[in-house]
Write a protein that binds this ligand. Sequence first.
Ligand code: ADP
Length: 410
Amino acid sequence: MFDRLSSLVIALTLVAIAAIFATLSGGDALSIAIMLLAGFIAAATVYSALPTALPDAHGAALSPAEALPLSLLRHPDFAHWVDQEKEPLIGTADNIVTIANDAAIRLLGRHIVGADIRTAIRHPAATDWLSRIDENAALEAVDLVDYPRPGQRWTMRIAALSGSERIIFLSDRSAIDAADRMRSDFVANASHELRTPLAAILGYVETLQEMNGEADAPTRDRFLSIIEREAGRMQQLVIDLLSISRVEADRFRRPTTAVDLTATVRTTIAQLRDSEQARAKDIVAELGDDPLVILGDEAQLKQLAHNIIFNAMKYGYADTPVTVELVREGKRVRLSVRDEGDGIAPDHLPRLTERFYRVDEARSRSVGGTGLGLAIVKHISERHQGQLDIQSEVGKGTHVSVTFPLAIAS
Ligand code: ADP
């Protein structure tokens, strides 16, 4: 309310007025002298306890309230904004951390507040930039490679405020890098998968040409059937690649058409039985007669059922049953497929839905697998809010199931 000097003047004036009244009302000299002394001591004590004004950037005196807006980092609104930021954000003054949000504390530890930022972010590129950046520094991103652990990458941006204050933004790029790596791995894998049958086709065609019509009929037939098989492998791969890209493109579009899963699975089984697959005779369908309606994309649901049932036919032992079941479970429906076969060791289970992941590459190739079947199943299942579950016992067999929410779940 009053500044320091005005408060002292008012206090002394009050003491003097009190002394005048005491004299006028006949007070004795000793009491008046003691009262004056006590009044002066009280005023001096209060004066010395009052805070002194802060100098501003130009040396002029400012009260503490006036000094606050000078510092963005100390502004209460700034602290609020910093706390709402999901990415690590740090404020520094003279390279000392004055403010750090939750994300920064999670990444660097609580001890960073009050510490030198160059020791808080222990990375040579960060230390270098933090040591030389000046007030005019642009918001240029600095790459922190292998930070905080090998294989990870963060970027750091610095905004220089007035004076020695800075705001430091950290951003995790590891997930973006991993997605880029996955994309280039996928292209490399797909090219490799196509190149192998293509090389075989070219090799046999060349050999037939070199034989110049001299190859006997059995040799020619053998070569031609290899060419046909390899071309079929390429065709299946291209079909699966197109499927996976289509399913991925539809990922965020929820299906809205009512589809009867009972009829869809029944049609898929009929198509497999019509094919010339030797194992088709082993399919045991336990579907029931009731329609089980879900919101779905019929073609994709057929593909999902086909891939799971066909895997059981491919990897189950010959002449053992492949049991396909549809069961209503409350507000969901479960499609499950069981086989009796070699099964899958537990450490492979989490990776089965990765593109091109195979437990036994030679076995998969020999049965015409592309390594994309379960990746397609996973994407279709996710699009339909399904839950995929794979359980297996080595030497006994595998149980793959997907549950979907029913459209009318009364
Ligand atoms: P593929 O085209 O090779 O069959 P998938 O993506 O369908 O590719 O399956 C990935 C791998 O999972 C297969 O290569 C196989 O090793 C394993 N797998 C899938 N289903 C079964 C099953 N029912 N029994 C045993 N192994 C299976």
